[in-house]
Design a protein around this ligand. Structure first.
Ligand code: ADP
Length: 671
């Protein structure tokens, strides 16, 4: 085989075996004259079919006119090599991206053209995947809000990622080619320049924060996550990643402030609780000896020896009683204020008789009014319900306070209490009680602080009525707690009107039955109760009380109405006495139990007594005048609860009532 034959053979096997598609064509008509097996495979065309087609039928390009350029180049130079963007049509599937080379082969008698097409779909797919990955990566970077930036060694901005625009409001083009200085908050510029210098020295910087300025001049806090020096082709620059953490900082700061506020509030609440606890303890400590003082005072006043003595003695004793009672009222007020301030004031909602409350209040204050020759009258308008749902004791307390004030600050004329119902749009019907007086009145200025604790209009008036300035503050807060309010109108030298408004839902009938079990209700003192003398009491009573003076007073008092009293100094002794008495066949008719005692307290003693089957009445005595104590006592099995100092009349009547209910015949009216 000569050289020519060898070349021919090589060309032939190249044509046959190549993986690339070969098309031979007539350069003049551009019709295909032959194609290799690879070309048949790729296009899916049989040779006879392919030979009816021109290059234009087989190839197309994505850019218009590219095929013309190909033909032109071929005619001019006899040779063309394509870049991307050419496709080979196929019969079986979508066009194939190809790279094509075209050349003219000088064969005799006429030249032929050769197109070699190389399948580049794999490469294209890889490229596309890369582009997609890059786009995804970019959008990811954008979505995290980080800005990728580059600065050259002199601090000139060379690159900014798109997020820069969203964050700062500046077009990126405004900063490319400019030094970064003006972007930095003036106070942070020194630090920024130092950091730039350090980074250019190749130092690794820890994360840091700088304030940068937006287009509108607002500072943004930026965190610099990464700053790294890059060296390439003897060029040096900085690549950095930063993000805007202004909002995060703001939230963190708000949270921090909220936490500080919470701590401060907790501390204040703690202090307030401590204060109210302290006050309640002090109140207890004062009430106990005060109770003894008032008790002995009364015993003295009634003592036959002193009753025959000089008149001043009764006056002095009366003074002691009056001031003792003022002290007691003061303690109660302080306790109320402390509870209100500590947010521990709770009010009940129970069915109660409005006219009963009004009568009780008016009658309890009538003596005071009469002593000053003042008229005191009350009138409830038609339409006011018999039963209302509110806190009976608190309503009573507010009215006593307001009417007592009216009496205190009125010297001529009188005091009038009127009540009526008022419809409130969208709310419960409300009761409006107005207390009118014809007293000294107040100016607008004097009224300004009226409902503040410890506020007194004329504190300098030494001979004026005494007071602590707590009453009205308590009244208003109580009224608000009940869902209402206390307000005032007044004209100096003419008189004042205090208006109490309280919503009073009308109670359900069965609620009434449930809430008033016979004999278990603490009644405010009522005039009807005090009208008749206390009957004699033939009963054997156990008195458990650790305070010697109080034990003595209560014993003397009970003796004075005929009762036999056996003392005990703590709960343990009380249990022993009850057992002994039962063994001796002389059980006690009733037990008076102080709840705060050493060794074994009253709460535990009552529990054990009831558990042991003791069924006679037990009356609890505490120095706390809180409804919580009362509830606890009743829950443990006491029949009633009274607070120190004891109001004797009420106490005796209660005791007699309980004993009568128990066996029907312990009390008699022979005394
Ligand atoms: P206080 O225990 O001092 O009476 P209050 O809070 O009840 O405390 O009253 C505060 C002040 O309001 C009183 O000191 C008095 O100056 C004034 N005030 C209250 N009620 C009347 C009234 N009906 N007429 C005139 N002044 C009154």
């Amino acid at each position: 085989m000569n050289a020519e034959e060898r070349q021919f053979e090589i060309a032939r096997s190249l044509f046959r075996e190549a993986n690339d598609a070969f098309f031979l064509f007539d350069p003049r008509t551009q019709l295909v004259v032959d194609l290799n097996p690879a070309a048949q495979r790729l296009t899916g065309l049989e040779k006879h079919l392919a030979c009816t087609m021109s290059l234009r039928d087989l190839f197309f390009s994505s850019g218009s006119g590219d095929l013309d350029r190909l033909a032109l180049a071929l005619n001019r130079t006899g040779f063309f090599h394509s870049r991307e963007g050419y496709y080979l049509r196929r019969t079986t599937s979508a066009a194939l991206p190809v790279n094509i080379s075209v050349s003219r082969i000088h064969t005799e008698p006429k030249p032929v053209g050769l197109v070699v097409a190389r399948d580049i779909s794999d490469r294209k797919r890889a490229l596309e995947a890369l582009e997609q990955a890059e786009a995804r990566y970019n959008s990811l970077v954008e979505s995290t809000g980080v800005v990728v930036w580059e600065l050259d060694g002199k601090g000139v901005v060379v690159f900014l990622s798109p997020a820069f625009e969203t964050i700062t409001g500046w077009p990126r083009a405004d900063w490319i080619g400019r030094r970064f200085d003006a972007l930095i908050h003036p106070d942070d510029l020194d630090a920024a320049l130092r950091l730039h210098h350090q980074a250019m020295q190749g130092e690794t910087l820890p994360r840091f924060e700088l304030r940068i300025l937006t287009r509108t001049g607002d500072p943004l806090v930026c965190e610099f996550l990464l700053v790294t020096k890059i060296v390439e082709d003897s060029q040096e620059w900085l690549l950095g990643i930063s993000r805007d953490i202004t909002e995060q900082k703001r939230i963190a700061k708000t949270l921090e402030q909220a936490e500080l506020m919470r701590q401060a509030r907790d501390a204040a609440e703690q202090a307030s609780r401590a204060k109210s606890e302290f006050l309640s303890n002090v109140s207890h400590e004062i009430r106990t000896p005060l109770s003894a003082l008032l008790g002995f005072n009364e015993l003295l006043a009634e003592h036959p020896f002193l009753q025959q003595g000089p008149a001043e003695i009764q006056e002095y004793l009366g003074n002691i009683r009056e001031h003792g009672q003022l002290l007691l009222a003061l303690i109660d007020d302080l306790l109320d204020v402390a509870r209100i301030e500590a947010g521990q004031l709770r009010v009940e909602r129970e069915p109660c008789s409005l006219s009963q409350i009004v009568t009780d209040v008016v009658e309890s204050l009538r003596a005071g009014a009469e002593a000053k020759h003042l008229k005191l009258e009350a009138e409830l308008a038609g339409g006011t319900p018999q039963l209302i749902a509110t806190d009976r004791l608190r309503l009573h307390q507010i009215l006593v306070n307001l009417i007592d004030n009216a009496i205190k600050f009125t010297d001529r004329g009188g005091i009038r209490l009127t009540g009526r119902m008022m419809d409130r749009p969208g709310g419960e019907a409300a009761l409006v009680l107005e207390i009118d007086d014809t007293g000294i009145g107040m100016t607008a200025e004097e009224m300004s602080g009226l409902f503040q604790p410890f506020y007194r209009v004329r504190p300098a008036l030494r001979d004026g009525p005494r007071g602590t300035g707590l009453g009205l503050a308590i009244c208003q807060r109580l009224a608000r707690q009940l869902g209402g309010d206390v307000t005032v109108r007044s004209i100096p030298s003419v008189g004042s009107t205090f208006t109490l408004m309280v919503p009073v839902g009308v109670p359900e009938p069965d609620e009434v039955a449930r809430s008033q079990p016979p004999g278990k209700h603490q009644e405010p003192p009522s005039s009807r109760e005090t009208a008749s003398p206390v009957p004699r009491l033939h009963a054997r009573i156990l008195l458990a009380e650790d305070h010697d003076a109080n034990r003595q007073v209560i014993t003397l008092r009970l003796n004075s109405i005929g009762a036999e009293v056996v003392p005990a100094r703590n709960g343990k002794e009380a249990l022993e006495r009850v057992r002994d008495a039962a063994e001796q066949g002389r059980p006690f008719d009733a037990v008076i139990m102080d709840m705060e005692m050493p060794v074994l307290d009253g709460y535990e003693a009552v529990r054990q007594l009831r558990a042991g089957g003791f069924t006679s009445p037990i009356i609890a005595v505490t120095a706390y005048a809180m409804s919580k104590d009362r509830d606890e006592c009743l829950r443990l099995g006491c029949d009633d609860h009274i607070s120190k100092p004891i109001e004797w009349d009420r106490f005796f009547r209660k005791l007699i009532q309980l004993l009568t209910a128990q066996n029907g015949s312990s009390a008699s009216n022979e005394g």
